[in-house]
Design a protein around this ligand. Sequence first.
Ligand code: C2E
Ligand code: MG
Ligand code: MG
Ligand code: MG
Length: 279
Amino acid sequence: RVKQSGRGSFAFFHPEMDEEARRRRELERDLVHALEQGQFALHWQPQADAQSGMIRGFEALLRWRHPVRGDVSPTEFIPVAEATGMIIPIGAWVLRTACAEAASWEAPLRVAVNISVAQIQQDGFDVLLRETLLATGLVPERLELEVTESLFIEDTDRALDTLTRAKALGVSVAIDDFGTGFSSLSTLRSFTFDRIKIDRSFVSEIEKSDSAAAIVRAVIGLGQGLGLPVVAEGVETQAQLAALNAQACDEVQGYFISRPMPMAAFSAEVHPARSVEAA
Ligand code: C2E
Ligand code: MG
Ligand code: MG
Ligand code: MG
């Protein structure tokens, strides 16, 4: 006979599920203190011209060194931070740290920062943006916000208003992970983006799958038609780079060019604070 009691009495109990839920609760709890305890750092990944290989910018990627668990992937902790609201102070820290660091580079390269939906929908994101630029001295034209199509699922008008104000400051906006959302094409009509980033899932299949290759070709064509430069994400091999070049993709980003690293780990030739002939 099935026992009829409250929550938690279902026969669905699996130790792995319990373990997963517990890990998530612990991450939630630990994220609250991670910022004040200095556990976050930024790694940087170059975005290079596909033809010449010249570095055009760097994307800031957040890293969390948990005191007990070690490195926790952003694919795991960013969703937790979004669900708990911690993404607001964490995102503000990322923006400020990335802008401050970029302002100190000698080469005036682009700095790309990932922004969560919750940040854009927060009241006063545009004020935060303006204050951050002022405080760090970064020229707005060097900052690019990377947003995903999920921004356009709810409260679209508000998100568009905020992004429009960001653009009025001189900041540019890229659409990240393009092609994986549910309404990629209409998203492109609802806002004037400055750049399209083709999702890694298409790039990684470019040689193996005709459909992935066709989608990459179509997105590059779309960018050309709209006058938007296209960046391919997740380029891991010479062959992928060659295929993208054959399609006249503008920029590339991925392990083949460089893994994301602390800025200090880049060699003098590509380090924006030391390089003089870049950009
Ligand atoms: P994203 O913005 O699409 O960033 C690209 C991800 O692909 C990064 O993962 C990067 O390390 C990884 N990647 C780059 N090149 C290659 C490659 O050649 N092969 C493979 N397999 N992977 C590559 P990461 O750093 O783990 O970040 C994952 C996601 O977490 C990001 O995806 C972004 O959505 C989010 N994220 C990271 N930092 C931040 C942040 O500061 N704020 C917010 N809101 N989200 C962030
Ligand atoms: Mg990104
Ligand atoms: Mg991406
Ligand atoms: Mg991605």
